[in-house]
Design a protein around this ligand. Structure first.
Ligand code: NAP
Length: 255
């Protein structure tokens, strides 16, 4: 029970395939009380269908990270219900479909702003609102991808957003460390989810990973979730400001 008596907020659950859903299940398994945020009523229906798999009903709160009031209301609801927060999972990303294919050079100003707002600035907004509730410190983890540091085909503007997210993780970690709040990134290999379906030729990404990763296979979503659990839990108490790769040894391989 790594998360006994802890309270966690998990963002980014769209459906049962979401990485965030597997993380929520791992946190629940280890004893954490849970708040799960969802974007709108359409998404709420999907979550209602799966929450019964958890050991106890979570607090379900709407949150659109593009609106500061929505983020503040979400954290206020967590505060009202639990009075504290020990871990926060950021698993949110969005870019227009046309910006996840073709040339990065052609990304529009609007598309760029949207991708960085939803996928990177959202971490700032959530962390700022969560900070007063993290009275005993805790662990914050944000999901990222190798496209932040390498030019991965079709990842385009999302790679730039992930680079901003990862840099933000280091700044947040440096500022919040004195309060015992740790902020880390978890760079996962490709996993079939709704968001991944938006990337053109995603199956080719999966195949390349399977061929080139040291483990010669793709990851299970549970492997990603267990690493996130570790980063949320006191077992990672000495780790902050880091990007941890859960990619089966893809990034470290040479030619
Ligand atoms: P997913 O299930 O589609 O999750 C993405 C989430 O972002 C969805 O819940 C989506 O909500 C939410 N979102 C989008 N716009 C939002 C907004 N304005 N406000 C609040 N939430 C919003 O896909 P996933 O693959 O699990 O993605 C989770 C995280 O893992 C993302 O950061 C992604 O970049 C990262 N990641 C994924 C992979 C992969 O291969 N799948 C690899 C590395 C990192 P709706 O669906 O309800 O719109």
């Amino acid at each position: 029970m790594l998360m006994q008596d802890k309270v966690s907020l998990v963002t980014g659950v769209a459906n049962h395939r979401s990485i965030a859903w597997s993380i929520a299940r791992a946190l629940d398994r280890e004893g954490s009380r849970l708040a799960i945020s969802y974007l709108g009523e359409r998404e709420r229906e999907g979550i209602d269908r799966i929450v019964g798999e958890l050991s106890r009903p979570p607090l379900l709160v709407p949150c659109d990270v593009t609106r500061s009031e929505s983020v503040d209301e979400t954290l206020a609801a967590v505060g009202n219900e639990f009075g504290r927060l020990d871990s926060l999972v950021h698993a949110i990303a969005f870019a227009r479909r046309e910006d996840l294919e073709g040339r990065y050079t052609d990304t529009s100003r609007d598309g760029y702003h949207l991708a960085l707002d939803v996928s990177a600035y959202s971490l700032n907004a959530l962390v700022r609102a969560a900070e007063p509730l993290m009275i005993d410190g805790g662990g914050i983890v944000a999901l990222t991808f190798l496209g932040s540091e390498r030019a991965c085909r079709n990842y385009n503007v999302m790679g730039v957003a992930k680079a901003a997210l990862e840099s933000g993780i280091r700044y947040l970690a440096s500022e919040l460390g004195a309060k015992g709040i740790r902020v880390n990134g978890l760079s996962a290999g490709p996993v079939r989810t709704l968001a991944a379906r938006g990337i053109k030729d995603f199956p080719a990404m999966l195949r390349a990973h399977e061929e080139r990763a040291a483990l010669r296979r793709n990851l299970t979503v549970e492997e990603v979730a267990n690493a996130a659990l570790f980063l949320c839990s006191p077992w990672s108490s000495g780790i902050t400001g880091e990007i941890i790769y859960v990619d089966g040894g893809y990034r470290m391989m040479g030619g």
